[in-house]
Design a protein. Structure first.
Length: 495
């Protein structure tokens, strides 16, 4: 089932308008009048990229939110201006996943929410699937040592500290430890300590009682309670403030805590894994990290190797990433063996995350194609770039024109394209016709370069496919850039 956005709204007309807007933007969308309806369609529910919530009956919405909260990756809620936010918070839905959505809809806001949801899903998929759910991908000695450490520590409830550069896959290792432990049937909860303001982090970790602070309208559980019986990953622990480090140390020592604004002691049964890209030894020397907390966390240290030290794993890593990209419906691309060899020489400062981003970019630029060395971005080619095929530079000094234009039209188009934008002939011009001729010439050039594939040509021109298709109809061009008989005369009357 492809990822989709679910719309829950008893205002059927509004729900259909939201669904229509999402579909216009290229997203699959399913509208429901009752919150209980998606519960009867688990395939749609489990593949939800996001859930738009409008008017909904409270009891049904609470059941739906409980089910969503239990998914491996709970989808964000896009809340229309209703009272649904109160119900979501009462149901304990993570505050970081409750995003407001204005109505009438604003295209910019809807696009931003879509990008945030897609980015979140892509990052979670990379973390969970790069190693097929069992750890890091590769067969190098460094990865073999890493897997051995995972196997050794997983069966025990020992606290683990994972260190290494950003993008090396620390969350992949944390999930592998959880999946191989006796807690694998319990929840795996991750929180980025550096992404949450210090004044909110205590509430995120331990929860709060009603009235604990301004805006605390209801009691709310924290991550320690959500992770009960499972594993809690404290990512970027090196960015945690000193006051919070003191409170965390007590929880690790006593295995109990109080919610913010409460006085009831809550005992917890949670395995803690911490991760950071910071040098904690330096942070201790600079009085930015508590030494006693470091020793409490550093019971079983795991150092993540950077990708540049295991470049032999790159082919397997690229294969896993391209497979994951295809399975998630976000594109299909293949790399030639020569391109992979060239990529082995790149230093990869962004590590696995950088590889993943490159693969996704190539899938957009070269869909359903085999990427060659010359197709790689310049920074990844190094000195191995191959010359482009001669057909892409058919006119000396003018690489943007196709080579199948008639000589007279080719000459005219070249002059149009090479003319200075602020140059005006003595006799003046028909500006509308002049601009249209330039547009036709560039469209034909893009179609030639894209071998007649409208979607690819649209990318060369920075247009949507539907926009380019409309321009083809406007100017009477076919997919090869040829004028259809009777639609544009021999004088190219494109106005």
């Amino acid at each position: 089932m492809s990822p989709a956005v679910l719309i829950i709204d008893s205002d059927i007309a509004r729900g259909e308008r939201v669904a229509g807007a999402l579909e216009f933007m290229g997203h699959a969308a399913h509208a429901f009048a009752n919150a209980g309806d998606p519960l009867r369609q688990p395939a749609i529910l489990e593949s939800a990229r996001a859930v738009v919530v409008g008017q909904a009956e409270s009891a049904g919405l609470a059941r739906l939110l409980t089910r969503l909260r239990g998914l491996p990756l709970p989808p964000p809620l896009w809340l229309l201006p209703t009272d649904a936010g109160r119900d979501a918070r009462e149901a304990g839905y993570p505050e970081t996943l409750i995003w407001p959505l204005d109505f009438p809809l604003q295209r910019e806001q809807l696009g931003e929410l879509s990008r945030r949801a897609e980015t979140r899903a892509a990052e979670a998929a990379r973390a969970a699937q790069l190693g097929d759910g069992i750890g890091p991908t590769g067969s190098s000695p460094a990865v073999q040592r890493l897997r051995k450490l995972i196997d050794q520590v997983a069966p025990h409830d020992t606290t683990v500290l994972i260190t290494g550069e950003s993008g090396t896959g620390k969350e992949v290792v944390a999930r592998a430890i959880h999946e191989r432990s006796t807690r694998r049937k319990g929840p795996f909860v991750a929180i980025n300590c550096g992404a949450i303001p210090p004044e909110l982090l205590e509430s995120e970790l331990f929860g709060h009682e009603k009235g604990a602070f301004t805006g605390a309208l209801n009691a709310r559980k924290g991550r320690f309670e959500f992770a009960e019986g499972g594993t809690l990953l404290l990512d970027e622990i090196g960015d945690m403030s000193m006051p919070m480090q003191v409170k965390l140390l007590r929880v690790l020592q006593e295995r109990c805590f109080e919610r913010v604004g409460g006085n009831q002691t809550i005992r917890c049964n949670v395995r803690v894994i911490a991760a950071t890209h910071r040098n904690l030894d330096e942070a201790i020397s600079d009085n930015r990290f508590r030494e006693d907390l470091f020793y409490r966390l550093n019971v079983f240290p795991i150092e993540m190797p950077p990708l540049r030290e295991r470049s032999a794993d790159l082919p397997l890593l690229i294969a896993a990433l391209t497979r994951q990209l295809e399975e998630s419906g976000r594109g299909r691309v293949r790399l030639s063996s020569e391109a992979i060899e060239v990529l082995k020489h790149h230093p990869w400062p962004g590590n696995v995350r950088e590889v993943s981003n490159l693969i996704e970019r190539l899938a957009v630029l070269h869909p359903e194609a085999v990427v060659r060395v010359q197709d790689l971005p310049a920074k990844y080619r190094g000195d191995a770039a191959e010359p482009l095929p001669e057909r892409e530079s058919p006119l000396p000094g003018h690489p943007n024109l196709p080579d199948d234009l008639p000589p007279e039209e080719r000459s005219e188009s070249a002059m149009l394209l090479m003319a200075r934008e602020d140059e005006l002939p003595e006799e003046g011009i028909d500006l509308k016709e002049h601009i249209a001729r330039i547009e036709v010439a560039l469209i034909r050039a893009a179609l030639a370069r894209a071998d007649g594939v409208v979607a690819h040509a649209a990318m060369f021109l920075g247009l949507r496919r539907t926009t380019l298709a409309e321009k083809l109809r406007k100017y009477g061009l076919d997919r090869d850039g040829v004028v259809r008989e009777g639609e544009i005369g021999s004088e190219a009357q494109v106005s």
